[in-house]
Design a protein around this ligand. Structure first.
Ligand code: NAD
Length: 432
């Protein structure tokens, strides 16, 4: 099939590459000319495990192409995916200008039947708005479909290739036939394609993200209570996770969630609920608690140094909002660094993939090192913000001999408390 993907971010590029991998002819279009040139030169512009091999193979075999020209991308394609940003607007609601802008353009340039599929996370009613934006400029037949994406950065290829489910909202038999065909290779193991109306599909995505954000936040609150009553959150976590109704996943406490999805989607769901006069109260609490949780170790760091961080150097391990990605959007590490710098400390940071993105944002406000142990040199404490695998079994003797003072603030509960304390560290973690 001939497919166009508009927007080549984490979702668009993975979608385009995986669809090329299953034999479709895919053209990806992006307004970022530098990014498009990079991809034309064979360079993957983001870090996503497993993406590079598929990207290279499909370019080589001529099934994956890139352009900055929307018309060129969609001219031969029946299927057009929109994988565009939907960032929070000033009032917290999803900014639909990227999507509606492209929809408006599509109406002006389509010359034959198209299926316009919204993969971005958007509020209920967006498919109707996309429909109207296209229809006002054309009489050509087209269908609009809502097909929210559930991939996780860091596991995006796996998630796209073997999704738990594919959610598709539509009201056209013609579009359904095409999408059945397009998604068949991805649901061979019996994982379902769930067809529904567009509004339900749109809300399914927000409901999933808001639920997961709530689950993490609930567990963070349990961790905070654990500390106050002398319980161990790891025990409690396993105790409740063994109940099938609760499940073991998403129960790990830490310094809050970040990323490009949970924070903005929780906010957008709250906002769109308000628009229909519904006060989604629990989401208010989720946002407040998460904001507080992100920097919950800062008062402990300050206490440890008698409220004087001036001249102290803090080593930070982990900058990405989670492991296996270079994405730093809403990363807890950034909030912590900000607080540390404001308090007069200096920061030496290491992250396996996200340092270039942080350099772009923070420049020389902090220093960057290429080796995790290098960050510890002359540092007065270690703060862990992201649970990269490489941080899980460090050489504690080396950590101890390199740090100025033997103190670790672990925002991701990576280590066994007794073991670390056995090495002579003062060890602060969450809920233990
Ligand atoms: P992103 O910011 O990584 O990528 C968006 C891309 O769109 C950028 O490359 C940008 O240059 C491009 N773009 C902007 N305007 C354009 C235009 N007019 N024409 C062509 N390209 C244009 O975004 P993302 O993380 O891939 O997210 C896209 C959508 O998918 C969002 O709604 C997001 O909420 C949703 N989503 C994201 C994830 C995730 O893990 N990142 C998962 C599921 C859903």
């Amino acid at each position: 099939m001939k497919v166009a993907v508009v927007g080549t971010g984490y979702v668009g590029l993975v979608t385009g590459t995986c669809l090329a991998e299953t034999g479709n002819d895919v053209i990806c279009v992006d307004i970022d000319a530098k990014k498009v040139q990079k991809m034309k030169d064979g360079i993957v512009p983001i870090y996503e495990p497993g993406l590079e091999a598929l990207f290279e193979r499909n370019i080589k075999q001529g099934r994956l192409k890139f352009t900055t020209n929307l018309n060129e991308a969609i001219k031969d394609a029946t299927i057009i995916f929109l994988a565009l940003p939907t960032p929070p607007g000033e009032d917290g609601s999803a900014d639909l200008s990227y999507i509606l802008g492209v929809a408006d353009d599509l109406g002006k340039i389509i010359t034959d039947y198209k299926i316009v599929i919204d993969k971005s996370t958007v509020p209920v009613g967006t498919a109707d708005k996309v429909n109207a934006a296209i229809a006002k400029n054309t009489d050509i037949e087209f269908d609009v479909v809502s097909n929210p994406e559930f991939l996780r950065e860091g596991y995006a290829i796996e998630d796209f290739m073997k999704p738990d489910r594919v959610v598709i909202g539509l009201d056209s038999e013609r579009a359904k036939k095409e999408l059945d065909h397009l998604y068949r290779p991805f649901v061979r193991q019996g994982n379902p394609i769930l067809y529904m109306d567009k509004k339900s599909a749109e809300l399914t995505k927000y409901a999933a993200n808001a639920f997961l954000a709530t689950k993490i936040t609930f567990m963070n609150e349990i961790a905070n209570v654990c500390e106050l009553v002398g319980a161990d959150v790891d025990k409690v976590r396993i105790g409740i996770g063994s109940d099938d109704r609760i499940g073991k996943r998403f129960l790990f406490p830490g310094i809050g969630y970040g990323g490009s999805c949970f924070p903005k989607d929780v906010q957008a769901l709250m906002k769109s609920s308000k628009e229909v006069n519904y006060d989604f109260e629990i989401l208010n609490a989720v946002m407040d608690v998460n904001q507080r949780q992100k920097t919950m170790l800062i008062p402990r760091i300050k206490d440890h140094f008698n409220n004087d961080l001036k001249g102290k150097k803090i080593a930070v391990w982990g900058l990405a909002f989670k492991p296996n990605t270079d994405d730093i959007r809403e990363a807890p590490a950034l909030y912590n660094i900000d607080e540390l710098l404001s308090a007069g400390a200096t920061v030496s940071a290491f992250d396996p993939e996200a340092m270039d993105n942080v350099k772009e944002l923070l420049g020389d406000k902090i220093s960057y090192v290429d080796d995790m142990y290098e960050a510890l040199k002359n540092a007065d404490a270690l703060l862990i913000c992201t649970e990269w695998q490489v941080f899980r079994s460090p050489d504690f003797d080396l950590v101890k001999s390199t740090l100025n003072s033997k103190v670790i603030f672990d925002g991701r509960n990576l280590y066994d408390k007794n073991e670390v304390e056995g090495f002579g560290f003062e060890y602060y973690s969450i809920g233990r």
